[in-house]
Design a protein around this ligand. Structure first.
Ligand code: ASP
Length: 593
């Protein structure tokens, strides 16, 4: 028989009791986690959000409570009254914060029962993710799962405290809005009142935060949900959260330290780690040249080196030709990588080809010389090659000759992959860096047009303005990304605040005045009413929390995430709707869809 609280009041949490509480009478409430019946005494670990406390039911001193405890099954909801006592010597549990004590129960109430569980809540049990998500409320009861949400809460609090102290205002922006320019597909919400028209869920509050700057808010932030209808590539979610920030009157070098301060505060509060400032800055071109990526993982060295000069006009035709047509030869030295088997090296070559390279040349540095499938033709470059990498016997050199940046990015991927495989990445270390000076635009060959690398409101560097007319591909943007351990954690830019430059940018991007007006007319109009210089950033909250929690997947730090197919196993969303609802919206489904 289950009972109501009936006036009982919780005196402590299940994570709170220590030796100092011995002798105190307490009331605890929570869930029955584990029960051990020692024929006579019954031991029951009571669990709430804060921890576990061992409760002892003794038939000799509390017969009724003991009888009730025998009925208790996993995840029954209980209230116990009892006295805190020291655990008998030798039975303390040093792994548990409450492990010195136990509660000798005098009275117990079963507040609710539970059906047998679909999976045990013990940490050690591996459970299929679809089952975990269907029963997410049970999954979240597991202390190691709940812990990620404690971290998430700490991050949000640190963000709010820090930004408020810096004079930021938290302002909300609409979810039912128009399409925003991040480049993904929009989620649409059909309007009932304006049949045939749709709202779009925002891919980010980009346009609104710029308008808030025109409105004189000066420093805005919001922890905000964003929606992008993308195919769910690895670890993307259709809805995710950003720490969204925008400021007025600050240039890049004044703005970035404010963001650094926020990241420092988060790491300090959540992990007790003091990140050194200022964060190192890498120009985009340098990041590509040295690490083959704009998200370099700086926890390990393994830098790419340019070897083009060693092969120009040389015997090795494949490389000589690539160089003659403007490409590059990039190389990577894997310390002690020479021990890799022929099969492993063939697999690496296959991986390089899958990444788009024409091939991969490997060179083993043996004590008696170099060994490579292209052996002889490397002959003349040999000494210089070894010197370029300061390579030692046992090392492995990998060379890719191709167009740039492909030659570098292929090696960049192998760099990361091999560092993992060879255990070169130190555990529990955080290396943070800014990547700056991104290209402003990139050429989309199939569509024969320029596309913004960030978004169309990103300002070019002042010194690159003339390039917009002469050589747009070489213009760099006032854009920046924050990279932590090889993952992009935040990205943003200083914006174009003058309407004339914005129009010029649209023209470069092939967005007609008409189209610009149709898509972003409200922003363009706002820019005509005294828009201040402005810039901002958005940090991916989910990714940041996952990094701090040591989780690979952002699904582990989202309370109710979607599966890779965009479904929610808990609610079964998305789901068909009542035909009457569709009728109200003026929607008829096409046969077969
Ligand atoms: N709105 C941009 C994004 O979501 C970030 C920014 O430019 O502030 O990527």
């Amino acid at each position: 028989m289950t009972q109501t609280l009936g006036g009982w009041r919780r005196s402590h949490t299940c994570g709170e009791l220590r030796a100092g509480h011995v002798g105190r009478s307490v009331t605890l409430m929570g869930w029955a986690f584990r029960r051990r019946d020692h024929g006579g005494l019954v031991f029951l670990d009571l669990r709430d959000r804060e921890g576990l406390t061992q409760c002892v039911f003794n038939p000799a001193t509390a017969a009724a409570a003991h009888a009730t405890a025998q009925e208790v099954r996993a995840e029954f909801v209980l209230a116990v009254v009892g006295t805190v006592q020291r655990r008998p010597p030798g039975t303390e549990n040093s792994k548990l914060p409450t492990g010195e004590v136990e509660v000798q129960v005098t009275d117990v109430k079963i507040l609710n029962e539970s059906k047998p569980l679909p999976f045990p809540l013990e940490e050690e049990t591996a459970v299929d993710e679809a089952v975990r998500l269907k029963y997410r409320y049970l999954d979240l009861r597991r202390p190691h799962v709940l812990r990620n949400f404690v971290i998430r809460d700490q991050v949000c609090r640190a963000v709010r405290d820090y930004l408020h102290a810096q004079g930021f205002l938290e302002v909300e922006t609409p979810f039912l809005t128009r399409s925003t320019p991040e480049g993904a597909r929009d989620f649409l919400v059909p309007s009932r009142l304006a049949r045939g028209s749709c709202y779009a869920l925002p891919q980010s509050p980009q346009l609104f935060k710029q308008i808030l700057m025109v409105a004189g808010v000066e420093r805005y932030f919001q922890i905000v949900r964003c929606f992008r209808d993308e195919d769910l590539r690895k670890d993307r979610q259709p809805e995710f959260s950003q720490i969204d920030i925008e400021t007025s009157f600050l240039d890049r070098d004044e703005f970035l330290p404010i963001v650094e301060g926020m990241i420092v505060e988060i790491f300090r509060r959540v992990r007790g780690i003091e990140l050194p400032t200022p964060f190192p800055r890498l120009a985009y071109d340098e990041a590509i040249a040295r690490f083959g990526t704009d998200k370099p993982d700086l926890r390990f060295d393994l830098e790419l080196r340019d070897c083009s000069d060693l092969f120009r006009g040389g015997e090795f035709q494949a490389f000589a030709q690539v160089l003659a047509s403007g490409g590059a030869v990039k190389g990577l030295c894997i310390p002690r990588g020479g021990g890799m088997s022929r099969k492993e090296l063939d697999d690496l070559t296959g991986a390089a080809k899958n990444l788009g390279a024409k091939g991969l040349v490997w060179v083993r540095v043996n004590p008696d010389g170099l060994q490579s499938p292209v052996g002889r033709v490397l002959e003349s470059a040999k000494p210089a090659l070894v010197a370029r990498f300061a390579a030692a016997p046992g090392d492995l050199l990998l060379l890719v000759g191709d167009v740039m940046p492909l030659a570098a990015t292929v090696l960049g991927r192998l760099r990361q992959e091999l560092a993992h495989r060879l255990n070169l990445i130190p555990a529990d270390q955080f290396r943070v860096a800014w990547v700056i000076d991104f290209p402003l635009v990139e050429w989309i060959e199939e569509e024969r047009r320029w596309d913004p690398v960030h978004h169309p409101f990103t300002a070019p560097r002042d010194e690159d303005l003339p390039l917009l007319d002469s050589d747009p591909g070489r213009a760099k943007a006032k854009a920046y990304d924050l990279v932590v351990n090889g993952q992009e954690v935040a990205g943003g830019s200083i914006r174009i605040h003058q309407q004339s430059l914005q129009e010029k940018m649209f023209k470069l991007l092939g967005i007609s005045a008409q189209e610009a007006r149709a898509r972003f007319g409200f922003l363009l109009e706002a820019l005509e009413f005294g828009a201040p210089p402005m810039g901002g950033i958005a940090a991916g909250l989910d990714r940041l929390v996952a990094i701090l929690a040591g989780e690979e997947s952002i699904r582990e730090v989202i309370a109710f995430p979607k599966t890779q197919k965009g479904t929610c196993p808990l609610t079964d969303a998305p789901a068909p709707v009542d035909p009457a609802q569709l009728r109200d919206l003026g929607i008829r489904l096409v046969e077969g869809s």
